[in-house]
Ligand binder design. Sequence first.
Ligand code: ZN
Length: 270
Amino acid sequence: MRKVFKDFNKKPLALTKQETLDHLKTIIESKDAKKIKSDLYRGKYVKENGTKGDAVIEELNAFYHSKCAYCEDYSTVYIEHYRPKGRVIQTNHGGYFWLCYEWSNLLPTCHECNKIAGGKGDQFPIKKTHLTLKDCLENGEFSSNKINATYLNQQEEPYLLHPEIDEPKNFLGFEIDSHKKGIAIKELDGVNGRGFHTWNICNLNREDLLLKRYERVIDQIKDDLRKTFALLSKGAINKTDFRTEIKEIFVELEKSRRKKGIYVIEMVCN
Ligand SMILES: [Zn+2]
């Protein structure tokens, strides 16, 4: 997970058009999350060539470089409601249905992070008390100031990090997986802190992710080494330059280890 700067006040047109606002009113009046339309929060539209697009997902992908907000995998076809829209499991809370079209509550995620079994699903543990619709009203009226994730996080203190509000690198680091299956995410703020809860809620140490993180690091090193050997064999560099280049690769590796807390050299040697 990494920090993303998304202006909560610059909402996609799909979320502010009259049809969406009218529909939100209907949902709030009925308090029925089943009425929520995914076409509206995805910003479904028809392109000039007749194919369908999702304006909100496209906009989120631009901010997140088409990566999942939680695991950073390149597979963002789902819109995740940071605060679950239909229910909050292990509580009596019926879900934050009034935030279904709220820009600061929408994150792009992969299927694995989004799904209920083995993913984040409807989990939303917090330190304080889950707010209800009436907590977000001002003088009995629906208040846009009180649906902003920044305001809500101050009130509720969720354990799950919000990549557009929190700085994930203060809470999450990396380490070699204890079973040597790849690179795992570890918490930096204590056993029961937000870092621990975040990787646990989103299952960020699932096997495929351990391996993908490892491959990303190793592939880069292999690529650098291959290029340097190729230069030597072509006679483009002499043996002294070759040694300097190889040393430089390992110096960079060591810097990366210190910066990220990843024991890459240990992995390469293994
Ligand atoms: Zn993911």
